[in-house]
Design a protein. Structure first.
Length: 68
């Protein structure tokens, strides 16, 4: 089956968990999550060797939203 034909949910909502794709305006929240895990990220992700500014995180989130 062609992967483009797969129906992939944009959110998952359970009693204990709510996951959704990032949306415009989520930059501050995403940045806080990065800040909470930056030491672990540094070990595995070259992109996160330093803490990004909130504005740069918001720009990255919006670029991903527009790419969809």
């Amino acid at each position: 089956m062609n992967p483009l034909l797969l129906e992939i949910p944009t959110k998952i909502d359970t009693k204990r968990l709510y996951l959704r794709i990032p949306m415009a305006g989520d930059g501050e929240t995403v940045n806080a999550a990065i800040r909470a895990s930056i030491n672990e990220f540094k070990l595995w992700l070259p992109l996160f060797q330093s803490m990004p500014e909130i504005t740069k995180t918001e720009i990255k989130v919006r670029m991903e939203v527009l790419a969809k």
